[in-house]
Design a protein around this ligand. Structure first.
Ligand code: AMP
Length: 411
């Protein structure tokens, strides 16, 4: 093992109470060291292509530019070791409060963030069948930190936890009871960290208590989901047992008639694994448009007259608008629609089309404000009225850092 960071944790002097946030995927780890109160980043970066000879670590120490290091064959452990070494050298007196991890699936067991111990790790492992690509990778990140700094407290922050407040009529599917009781088939929902963060930010922006607000939050990135947030808690969402459900996404289909699976299995001979792959990787904006999965490419091609790109944009907007209107059923009143994620924060085109489709709900675009607001500056993009639309940049790392600090300090 590389030299263990001697100044961490618990050094005195320097900044106080920083949190290392990790988002571990199967072949990548995103990391950031930040102050939970202010969101200030000291270091951030990503290790990619882990486990291959091309593994690389990109690390940025603010305000300097990012530098790249090769880590041939490097694993999650190699990245964590390198990052913690770097912290010890660059910030010798820093007090590292703990590490916060994004964990994708907490099943029905985890309804909030929790300090990691052996029993939590076992429970996260037991949810792995629900997220076979993600939970084992999240655990690899936790284990890597533990092996470098065994005494550093760690906190798991779940993508599913925010949606555990959904009532049964929203989370149950109309399938045989045993599918739920024996196999856990129900709607869990994802992107909970983002939906929760932007709900809190929206309340601050509106200057109203979150407990009195009825919001639909739409996270539109590579993956897309919408949530109904009633008095601060999620009461419905578009993603289900898996993140394939609901809205049209970059390469994911979102809702399709489940009969399509049997039909296509018979017609093509594809098995369940192959069909699932096509619905996850070759569908969505990519499948419809044929020009790519990136909304910027779709918008540009549609503007140049590409019919398939125009249709992809129309399907995306129509399905999203239909989902938003449907989520209002669980709210019984809509106070604000909140856009976030790469598309939600950057695409004035998508926002404008959605607001015009949803005019019957009382939403009316403020064209200038919609053009002005985006990733850098959130704000209201609708005309004043009983139902507002906002852009709120998401910051999942900051929410993970805040939860980690709160769980560890009992705040
Ligand atoms: P995220 O996963 O939240 O980082 O979002 C990534 C997606 O945001 C990309 O795949 C693009 O589709 C979309 N995106 C980013 N910038 C823009 C932009 N200026 N206009 C439209 N879409 C954008």
């Amino acid at each position: 093992m590389a030299s263990v960071s001697p100044g961490l944790p618990g050094g005195s002097g320097g900044s106080d109470g920083l949190v290392l946030v990790l988002n571990s995927g199967s072949s990548s780890v995103k990391f950031a060291l930040l102050a939970p109160e202010t969101g200030e980043r000291l270091i951030a970066g990503i290790g990619e292509r882990l486990g291959t000879p091309e593994a690389v670590l990109r690390i940025q120490q603010f305000p300097a530019a990012a530098v790249e290091e090769r880590l041939p064959g490097g694993s999650h452990l190699a990245v964590v070791t390198r990052v913690l070494d770097r912290l010890a050298v660059e910030y010798p007196g820093v007090h590292l409060l703990g590490a916060g991890h994004r964990v994708v699936h907490g099943g029905e067991r985890f309804t909030s963030s929790i300090r990691v111990d052996d029993s939590v790790m076992a429970a996260v492992r037991s949810c792995s069948h629900l997220a076979p690509l993600h939970n084992p990778a999240n655990l690899a990140g936790i284990e890597a930190v533990r092996s470098v700094l065994p005494d550093l407290p760690q906190v798991a922050v779940f993508d599913t936890a925010f949606h555990q407040t959904m009532p049964p009529h929203a989370f149950r599917y109309a399938v045989p009871e045993e599918w739920y009781t024996d196999y856990g088939v129900r709607r869990y929902g994802f992107h909970g960290i983002s939906h929760r963060f932007v709900s809190e930010q929206a309340a601050a922006l509106l200057g109203r208590p979150l407990r009195d607000l009825r919001l639909v939050t739409v996270h539109l990135g590579n993956g897309c989901s919408a949530a109904a947030v009633r008095d601060g808690v999620s009461v419905d969402t578009t993603m289900g047992l898996t993140p394939l459900d609901g809205l049209v996404m970059g390469t994911r289909s979102g809702d399709v008639d489940p009969g399509v699976l049997g039909y296509m299995a018979e017609r093509t001979g594809m098995d369940a694994g192959q069909l699932t792959r096509v619905l996850n990787l070759d569908s969505g904006l990519q499948g419809l448009s044929g020009v790519g999965n990136d909304m910027r490419t779709i918008e540009a091609a549609a503007a140049e007259g590409n019919e398939r790109a125009r249709l992809a944009l129309e399907v995306f907007v129509y399905r999203l608008s239909k989902a938003i209107a449907g989520l209002v059923v669980g709210l019984e009143r809509l106070d604000a629609l909140v856009f976030t994620g790469g598309i939600g924060e950057n695409s004035a085109v998508v926002r404008s089309l959605v607001l015009s489709q949803l005019g019957f709900l009382g939403l009316a675009e403020d064209t200038q404000a919609n053009a002005d607001h985006g990733r850098r500056t959130g704000g209201r993009i609708s005309l004043a009225g009983p139902v507002l639309a906002l852009v709120v940049p998401t910051d999942e790392e900051l929410l993970i850092a805040r939860d980690t600090a709160r769980v560890l300090t009992g705040g």
